[in-house]
Design a binder for this molecule. Structure first.
Ligand code: FAD
Length: 286
């Protein structure tokens, strides 16, 4: 099933999840256990991230195949190109195809300090064009409500986003954000620029303080005063921090749905408990 078809019913909000492959030190079964719990929450689709180091660093195809074949849910396999050349991309596409994977989130990927980027694909849009010419995959792309950290301006970033859509991205998933105002402004600009594909808002329930610092330094998400105050108040009380993080994410989702968001993509951090609390809270609103 092509994921864009899930967006046909304009009255509904599409709820999807993201999981990541386990680190090399823990077995692949750990993510299967997570997925077996997530399936009961009935997400519309589940995406699987792709390790920043390239093909050797992950099991994206294997996990996506498990989601499709064992759980009967549509997977969205992430694929990055910064550390892949045409040959390795070709191999990944073959593996995806043989596992019946139809949906790919085409990404450039983060530049990893110790790895020299490959030169075959400079931007995600190059990967989109390459994949489109090769197989019957449906493509998604990433977008940035608070501007991608390397972009000089929002205008430039949105111009590049439009190129990505023209190269084949049929729906978009946003970077995480904590300030809904930023997402609403971004959506106004995206539509003004003539980008009309569905956009899912990426929501990360923050459940520990080290997670916030890592995320903010990686993606530059701004922290509204309200959010920072909650995190400071409960930084030494893990249970309260987790509950406050869940409550904050729920409040974000309620506002987004009230404002007509097309999709919510929940960064589950492989934590089915948190995903369940959020899904239970917003299930009747979707
Ligand atoms: P691009 O779309 O190529 O954009 C990168 C930068 O280049 C931007 O500043 C953009 O404005 C600029 N640009 C784009 N096109 C052009 C052009 N034609 N000409 C000039 N400039 C251009 N990383 C992983 O390693 N693995 C994952 O699984 C993963 N999953 C992600 C999922 C989501 C939903 C998001 C939002 C991010 C994810 N990332 C992942 C992180 C992502 O790889 C980084 O944010 C990366 O820095 C940019 O990737 P991109 O696909 O958005 O790149």
């Amino acid at each position: 099933m092509k994921i864009s078809t899930l967006y046909k019913d304009k009255e509904k909000t599409v709820l999807s999840f993201e999981v990541f492959p386990p680190k090399k030190t823990s077995g692949i079964e750990t993510v299967y256990k997570t997925l077996d719990a997530l399936v009961d929450l009935h997400p519309a689709y589940i995406s699987v991230t792709y390790g920043a180091g390239g093909t050797e660093a992950n099991n994206t195809g294997v996990i996506a195949s498990y989601i499709k074949k064992e759980l009967g849910i549509e997977p969205l396999a992430h694929l990055t190109c910064v550390n892949n050349d045409k040959l390795t991309v070709e191999r990944e596409l073959e593996e995806f195809k043989s596992n019946g994977i139809e949906n790919i989130l085409a990404l450039r990927g983060d530049i990893v300090p110790d790895i020299e980027p490959k030169k075959d694909f400079l931007h995600a849009s190059d990967l989109c064009s390459y994949i489109k010419a090769r197989g019957d995959f449906e493509l998604a792309g990433a977008c940035y409500p608070e501007v991608h950290i390397e972009a000089k301006s929002m205008v430039e970033d949105i111009r590049n986003l439009k190129t990505k859509v023209e190269c084949g991205a049929e729906h978009l998933i946003s970077q995480l954000f904590f300030d809904n105002g930023a997402f609403h402004n971004f959506m106004d600009m995206v539509r003004c620029a003539g980008i009309n594909v569905p956009v899912a808002a990426g929501i990360m329930p923050v459940t520990n303080t080290s997670q916030i610092q890592r995320m903010v330094s990686m993606c530059g998400a701004s922290l509204p005063a309200k959010f920072s105050k909650i995190m400071q108040k409960y930084e030494n009380n893990p249970e309260a921090l987790r509950d406050a993080g869940i409550a904050y994410a729920v409040e974000q989702i309620v506002d987004l749905i009230a404002n007509g968001v097309e999709g919510i993509h929940l960064y589950t951090m492989n934590n089915p408990y948190v995903a369940k609390r959020i899904t239970d809270a917003v299930g009747s609103l979707l």
